[in-house]
Design a protein around this ligand. Structure first.
Ligand SMILES: [Zn+2]
Ligand SMILES: [Zn+2]
Length: 346
């Protein structure tokens, strides 16, 4: 029996636009499910991958990892799912299951993580994907598919670090960047009971930031306003992809404060005094931490989905047909999406 064919949109090589791409549907392993994709969000990480920025993914590459769809086929060893179930799938589609991190329930830190993406073999800008059944998450019935799609990556990128670090007295939270991740992070931080400030280089974002729940708005290009906020934050979650003044961000952190990086933003940390190249005075003397944060565990994902549903977290979404994937990626690349683009299959 010849396999059915899947259709997707693939980059043939790094930096190339996506083109329609037809391929035989991969065979299912015992622990895998096939999911017919109905919706897939567009994330900056897709753009990094297509640009070849990670250097670990092979081409042709079908990106897309904010997936919602229906289970159409199950491997023999999959439990807890059945054909027809509506599921969400994020960036991680499998794990090695054997390393110390997988055994500890922190599968997102798997030592084989580069091979664990939903992109392998083919991602969500397609008619279907194949993933380990444990990484296909049943969705709340009353959650709109485009909302669930966005939560599968943007949601899991921002919720765990807020949950982990915005605790106890550390409640003065700054969300740096009001975009796809940032507009969700503002909502999650507010729902977690934090005093939330949105930091943006764009004054035009203030109204939206307040609508998402920000208590305060800080224009990062206003040096006077930034200096007034010296030691003003317990936690900064930096979601902005560009334009970050890292020295200023360290300045506004309180002593023992924490700067969390949940996205693959380009980083250049001039932590020294004055020009940035001197001794790292503030960074050391203030005992500031810089913390990477990568997605979350399976338990984090389930908790995030339940929290988002319970608190009415509502990403603002532009829907576009899957066939307009290149235009959608351009909107995200140019920071024109308000605030997340989700592609819809016919
Ligand atoms: Zn993503
Ligand atoms: Zn592992």
């Amino acid at each position: 029996m010849s396999p059915s064919m899947a259709v997707g949109y693939a980059a043939g090589a790094a930096g190339q636009p996506l083109e329609a791409f037809t391929y035989p549907e991969p065979d299912l392993k015992d622990d895998e499910v096939r999911v017919a994709v109905t919706h897939c969000g567009v994330c900056h990480t897709d753009i990094h991958a297509v640009d070849g920025d990670f250097g670990v993914f092979s081409f042709p590459l079908i990106p897309g990892h904010e997936i919602v769809g229906q289970v159409t086929e199950l491997g023999a060893a999959v439990s807890g799912l059945k054909v027809g179930d509506r599921v969400g799938v994020g960036w991680q589609g499998r794990c090695c299951g054997e390393c110390e991190w997988c055994r500890a329930g922190e599968e997102h830190l798997c030592l084989q993580i580069a091979d664990c993406g939903t992109w392998t073999p083919y991602g969500g800008f397609a008619s279907s994907v194949v993933v380990d059944g444990r990484f296909a998450y049943p969705l709340p019935a009353d959650m709109a598919p485009e909302v669930a799609a966005v939560l599968m990556c943007a949601g899991i990128a921002v919720y765990p670090p807020l949950r982990r670090y915005a605790t106890g007295a550390a409640r003065r939270v700054g969300i740096v960047g009001v975009g796809g991740l940032g507009h969700l992070a503002i909502q999650f931080a507010k729902a977690l009971g934090c005093e939330v400030t949105a930091l943006s280089s764009s004054a035009g974002k203030e109204e939206d930031a307040r609508a998402f729940g920000a208590d305060h708005f800080l224009l990062t290009t206003d040096q006077g306003a930034m200096e007034e906020k010296e030691f003003g934050f317990d936690l900064l979650l930096c979601t902005a992809q560009s334009g970050n003044d890292w020295g200023n961000l360290v300045m506004v952190l309180t002593k023992n404060g924490r700067l969390v990086l949940p996205a693959f933003a380009p980083i250049n940390l001039p932590l020294g005094a004055a020009s940035g190249s001197g001794p790292a005075v503030d960074f050391v003397a203030h005992q500031v931490s810089i913390t990477g944060s990568f997605l979350g565990s399976r338990a984090d994902m389930l908790e995030m989905l339940a929290f988002a549903r319970g608190h009415g977290i509502s990403p603002r979404i532009e829907l576009m047909p899957m066939a307009q994937v290149n235009e959608a990626m351009l909107r995200v690349r140019q920071n024109r999406a308000r605030y997340r683009v989700v592609l819809v299959n016919d």
